[in-house]
Write a protein that binds this ligand. Structure first.
Ligand code: ARG
Length: 469
């Protein structure tokens, strides 16, 4: 049954009804829709807009409807136009006139703006917990491999020595910012639009602060047009999610490389790898590849939202119904990716010997060799030039800096002495990089402990509302 049949003489065309309907995707907000209605009815009763007895009756029946939906006793009617229509229709069918009073001083425009916010607040809390867990897993792994020397890369060329722990902590930094972005977006979203009405507020004497408080909002929205017509919170959350996905995707790309025989820095657990139907030797990093692949669709979700909003006049337009599939897909995708990714990283086998072997070739201590000459008093530019010539010589003669005889070193510069071998040893190079933020094992341990401490103190600020609801 439509909520808007009064001025129409015909039913909506059947196929057009399906086109217009949002219930296939907004039915997942049933709980939030009902909670919003309970708060609205409670406030209407308290303000005397409807009788207290009617408010009580509405709230009690809405609780039952929610329980029935969640138990499966009440299947959602996919012919309904949207979840708001379905819930109101069911309520009216059950309690009659009181149900018809629920929509007093409310429009589906402020109702959907509310449901979106409530639903996304809960979903962001779930993503927060998953990212939080990922960061902790990375810190524990970093502590374990704080001293595992590996080549650091630029341009995917071996560049300078780092540690595996340091590499992992780089991602821990990125995911911390993702957590902060998500939390921040929800903070800005956390104002209640109810009371905005269709666009122009209402003449009823509502207590908007009361509704906002009942639903765990920090405030109510301060302009009725804005309250119903912006979806910047969807764009912002999708953006935070897309950035987190890009981080996961870069990490996935590295995991894929590290698993290859060319690198063999890690081996994924059997429970998080797949085989080939034809090549018996294969063990494929499908999970990481899927995460990398799914990043594309989340970038698409963000683009969908931005493009959907860009030319809309104020206030509500039906285009905005399209917000849901895009933002839900972004949330679902990050959720699914993290569900597989976190245990995959947690269980991967690290092969530090192979990392060290890769670090021992490729002249990743060439900068340290130049720094050695600087330590002997040479200006860095001259030291750089001399070392460059030495590297070229080594490449031509199939030597490394470690195996080049001292006499040859001295042909390039007389400042070279026996102590050069010590200065360019991998462990010395890595242990010496203890500048704040550097890869020295002692730094990595300190940083991992620091971040673990932060994670212990960090808490999703909206957890209580979520538990209450
Ligand atoms: N299903 C709609 C949406 O998701 C609800 C709001 C409908 N409002 C309206 N004026 N048609 O946006």
């Amino acid at each position: 049954m439509k909520l808007w049949t009064g001025r129409f003489h015909k039913e909506l065309d059947k196929k057009t009804n399906d086109f217009n309907s949002s219930i296939p995707f907004d039915s997942r907000m049933a709980r939030e829709d009902i909670e919003g209605s309970i708060a609205h009815a409670t406030m209407l009763g308290a303000c005397g807009v409807i009788a207290q007895s009617e408010a009580d009756c509405i709230c009690a029946e809405l609780e039952k409807i929610l329980a029935d939906i969640e138990s499966g006793a009440l299947p959602i009617d996919m012919e309904a136009e949207d979840i708001h229509t379905f819930v109101e229709g069911e309520l009216t069918a059950r309690v009659g006139d009181a149900g018809k009073r629920l929509h007093t001083a409310r429009s589906r425009n402020d109702q959907v703006a509310l449901d979106d916010r409530l639903y996304l607040r809960g979903q962001c809390g779930m993503l927060y917990e998953q990212l939080h867990e990922l960061i902790e897993v990375l810190c524990h792994k970093a502590l374990e491999y704080a001293g595992a020397v590996m080549p650091g890369y630029t341009h995917l060329q071996r560049a300078q020595p780092i540690t595996f722990g340091h590499h992992l902590m780089a991602y821990a930094e990125m995911f911390q910012r993702d957590l902060a972005r998500l939390t921040d977006a929800v903070k800005r979203m956390n104002s209640c639009p109810l009371g905005s009405g269709a666009l122009a507020g209402t003449t009823y004497p509502l207590d908007r602060s009361m509704t906002a408080k009942l639903l765990g909002f920090d405030d109510y929205t301060h302009n009725s047009l804005d309250g119903v017509s912006d979806r910047d919170f969807c764009m912002e959350i999708a953006s935070a999610i897309a950035i987190a996905m890009v981080h996961l995707s870069r990490f996935s790309e590295e995991i894929i490389l590290w698993c290859s025989w060319e690198f063999k820095f890690i081996e994924l657990d059997d429970a998080f790898s797949t085989g080939s139907s034809i090549m018996p030797q294969k063990k494929n990093p499908d999970i990481a590849e899927l995460v990398r692949g799914k990043t594309g669709r989340v970038i698409g979700d963000l683009t969908t939202l931005l493009a959907m909003m860009k030319s809309l006049p104020l206030a509500y337009n039906k285009d905005m119904q399209e917000d849901k599939e895009a933002i839900f897909d972004a949330v679902d995708t990050l959720h699914m990716c993290l569900t597989a990714f976190v245990p995959m990283v947690d269980t991967m086998k690290v092969l530090p010997e192979n990392m060290r072997r890769a670090a021992a070739k490729g002249f990743i201590n060439a900068t340290d060799c130049a720094d050695y000459l600087v330590g002997k008093g040479l200006p860095f530019r001259d030291a750089y030039k001399a070392t460059g010539a030495i590297v070229a010589h080594c490449i031509e003669n199939d030597l490394t800096l470690e195996t080049l005889p001292l006499e040859v070193y001295r042909e390039f510069h007389e400042l070279f002495g026996e102590d050069v071998y010590q200065a360019i040893s991998l462990d010395v190079c890595v242990n010496g990089r203890k500048v704040a933020g550097g890869p020295a094992p002692e730094n990595v341990k300190r940083e991992a402990e620091r971040v673990l401490g932060l994670m212990q103190a960090a808490k999703w600020p909206y957890a209580e509302e979520r538990e209450q609801r």
